[in-house]
Design a binder for this molecule. Sequence first.
Ligand SMILES: Cc1cc2nc3c(=O)[nH]c(=O)nc-3n(C[C@H](O)[C@H](O)[C@H](O)COP(=O)(O)OP(=O)(O)OC[C@H]3O[C@@H](n4cnc5c(N)ncnc54)[C@H](O)[C@@H]3O)c2cc1C
Length: 408
Amino acid sequence: MRRVDRRSFLKVTGAQAAVLALSRRAAAQSSSDVVVVGAGAFGGWTALSLCEMGVPVTLIDAYGPGNSRASSGGETRQIRAGYEDRELYTRWVLEAFGRWKAREAEWGRRLLFETGRLLLAPEWNHGLETTKAALDKYHVPNERLSQSELRRRYPQMNAEGVGACLFEPTTGVLKAREGCIAVAEAFQKKGGRFRVSRASLGRRAGARLADLALSDGTSLPASTFVFACGPWLGKVFPDVMRGKLFTPRRDVFFFGTPAGDDRFSYPNFPNYSEDDSLGYYGFPSFDNRGFKVCPVGEKTAFDPDTDERLVSAYQVKRARDYLAVRFPALKDQPVVETRVCQLEMSVDEHFIVDRHPALENVWLVGGGSGHGYKHGPVLGDYVARRVMGQDKSPELETVFQLKAQTFG
Ligand SMILES: Cc1cc2nc3c(=O)[nH]c(=O)nc-3n(C[C@H](O)[C@H](O)[C@H](O)COP(=O)(O)OP(=O)(O)OC[C@H]3O[C@@H](n4cnc5c(N)ncnc54)[C@H](O)[C@@H]3O)c2cc1C
């Protein structure tokens, strides 16, 4: 083997670094037809769909696919068809189920786990009624369970105070963070280019955006730009999004299950949701990570870049108080993991898929509003077709347009 002295080593590595810098610059400046900013559920699936349509695409993310700051970055997200009277989303979920399963088969990796869901309420109400009507209409299996039936099937749960229950056996749990990574990997395998960089608006050419300014100082031109920045949309477009996106924090808890006790673990217990002012939902323990409890209703705005992801003592107490009532066997179990995430609520909780009002080749995609993850494969396909001018459904354009109204 040839011995490399220090001087020639420095010369070689210096030359390599220069080549690398040049190729990086060339890669940054080479034009893609479409650049998608954001590799969360919305951007990742959009980029993959565009790539599969044969469009040259670059996908950019400031922190990487499924990162811990992203709304898609949690361990798990629910997929459920029950949507009260918002039937559009019921139809999309039914399509999404098939698409998730097809991707699992294609990628040889399990992302969807059928758990079932208990929708619990003090009494039968309008929300349960409309959800049941929509499920019946689309032939989605569902069952009304009496309190005594609940006690029989799930003795590990205290059904006190539950006057009505709708059980959706097909509801499931999706691996969220892992799903984003899988999508980004598939995208790259199919020829898509992925880069870690923070993007901001670059130069304009009349009513068009000419390029992106990237955090490494380079620029990236393209014909079309899709900003699927989730809770960051308001940061990238402060004027356009002012008052139209609210990013409240949500604390998520995983409580340890008792030693030797698998009654609270998948597949022995379903997802659950309290359909009343209590505001809690959660999932059974997956991958032995703990029983998930999410107290909802927090209204504190959260900065996805800078805020620390430490749960509040108040929410710990809320979660534990809830366990003491509904799952008494878990009330003294320790919190074994936590997450603090932020939602990205649109004013009407519909997704946003719309052109920028002043830049005709810029698309705004987001507003997942606490229910977007499961729709990724269908939404991504829709956005890809819309951006390429292949989808003309006025109904959807109206539903997903950036609304005039603002929060408060
Ligand atoms: C606690 C919690 C529970 C939820 N539960 C469910 C559920 O059970 N079921 C369900 O379907 N949905 C659920 N949701 C909603 C769902 O997770 C979101 O709607 C969805 O993940 C949003 O995806 P997104 O791609 O729009 O945003 P994100 O996942 O946040 O992705 C945006 C990406 O853009 C990147 N980015 C932002 N700005 C820039 C920039 N300038 N340059 C480069 N990159 C940038 C970020 O790094 C990020 O990766 C939940 C959300 C939360 C927070």
